[in-house]
Design a protein around this ligand. Structure first.
Ligand SMILES: C[S@@+](CC[C@H](N)C(=O)[O-])C[C@H]1O[C@@H](n2cnc3c(N)ncnc32)[C@H](O)[C@@H]1O
Length: 377
């Protein structure tokens, strides 16, 4: 028994949990090779395995029930809360923190938002744990009404949970199924979590609220390590990291005599990336807030290497078409959705995948990350 919630049918988010791990990996490898079967020149390395449980560094909990008896987890098909505070996919630190946060909901009298009646305040709890066991806790609220109470009781929370480093409130006033809103109010002196990825030669990436981070830190470290190793073979002088988030690829690829530009739509992610760059004293790396496609289309010439790591929707025809026509010699495409990757590759006939690597970012599900090196024909 890996998960009592899965066994009881309360939560089936880990759709493949009842399959042996080796079988999960083999099936993912088979699926990605099938999707990219039109590119027979791709040399595949064996997949990078993850630990099966305790790896998810971010808990995205829907809060339901009452302030006195909150549930942290998901909603069932009838709209009732299912409590998953002990979800074994989360890191042990998150599993230990969530009951304390549930107690805080009661202490600060944070009434969970009720979808049916549109009453209540607290919609979601978003909690991230860093590899050094520090926590970022974000309360997604309908309005500012409970903010004073959260502030008042914060010392009690920090006493119970000394690992809390960053606390913020995110305002999501609309009645729609989105995780978070645009406005963030940080309640602690610290505004970012330090995410150490990789070993001695790794990076410590700053992560501010409203910034994306790969959910499985060990796989993220391996992804950036591989990208750096593959990029070194190409020895680019100029690099773009499109969809750069907090700069994991851009900062891993920085080096003497190399110019790296990261482009990202989230201002907070760019602020995080710049903070990491400045702290690490990395020169030759700059970040810009903007749309990846618009940035590429606004440049007269491509760099030596383009790294792309888009959301699940992929690059789309416009950016794929631009890359294909641009003359860029190498592209590193990191994808969490091999279906959109395969579609984008069809739109880039001049760029041939030569190497592929599956990394099991999302164990127990049908999802995975795949890194592909493309070379101009
Ligand atoms: C899969 S994440 C990758 C982040 C980063 N490469 C990393 O390793 O953490 C995709 C990123 O694309 C950003 N994004 C979404 N749409 C974008 C757009 N049109 N232009 C630039 N960035 C965008 C998101 O904010 C998110 O940070």
């Amino acid at each position: 028994m890996l998960c009592s919630h899965f066994d009881a049918g309360r939560c089936r988010s880990c759709t493949w949990l009842d399959r042996a791990y080796a079988e999960q990996l083999a099936e993912k490898q088979r699926l990605v090779e099938e999707l990219l079967a039109g590119h027979p020149g791709t040399s595949w390395r064996p997949p990078v395995a993850s630990a099966q449980l305790g790896v998810r560094n971010k808990a995205k909990m829907v809060v339901s029930g009452t302030a006195d008896a909150p549930t942290l987890g998901i909603l069932n098909p009838l709209g009732a809360g299912v409590d998953l505070r002990d979800c074994p996919l989360h890191t042990p630190g998150l599993q230990a923190a969530l009951p304390e946060l549930a107690a805080f909901v009661t202490l600060a009298a944070l009434a969970p938002y009720d979808l049916a009646t549109r009453r209540g305040e607290l919609k979601h709890l978003l909690v991230t744990e860093s590899p050094d066991r520090e926590l970022m806790v974000r309360f997604v609220l309908r309005s500012q009404e409970p903010v004073a109470r959260i502030r008042k009781h914060l010392p009690a929370l920090r006493e119970r949970l000394p690992s809390v480093a960053v606390v913020s409130v995110n305002l999501q006033p609309e009645h729609k199924a989105v995780l978070e809103g645009e406005r963030e109010i940080v309640l602690t002196d610290r505004e970012s979590l330090r995410m150490r990825v990789g070993g001695a030669d790794g990076l410590t990436l700053h992560l501010r609220p409203q910034s994306f981070f790969q959910t499985n830190t060990a796989m993220a470290a391996e992804l950036y390590r591989l990208a750096r190793a593959w990029a070194e073979e190409v020895a680019p002088r100029t690099v773009w990291d499109l969809y750069c988030g907090v700069g994991g690829f851009a900062l891993s690829l920085a080096g003497p005599g190399r110019e790296v530009t990261g482009i990202e739509i989230s201002q907070e992610a760019v602020a995080s990336a710049e903070q990491t760059r400045d702290e690490a004293g990395l020169s030759g790396v700059r970040f810009e807030v903007g749309d990846a496609t618009a940035y590429a289309e606004g440049r007269a010439a491509p760099p030596d290497l383009v790294v792309v790591n888009p959301p699940r929707r992929g690059l789309g025809p416009q950016l794929s078409g631009w890359l294909d026509a641009s003359g860029v010699r190498h592209v590193l495409y990191s994808s969490c959705n091999a279906q959109t990757l395969a579609r984008d590759l069809e739109a880039m006939p001049s760029l041939r995948p030569v190497r592929g690597q599956l990394l099991d970012m999302f164990p127990n599900t049908a999802h995975y990350e795949v890194l592909v090196l493309l070379e101009r024909l």
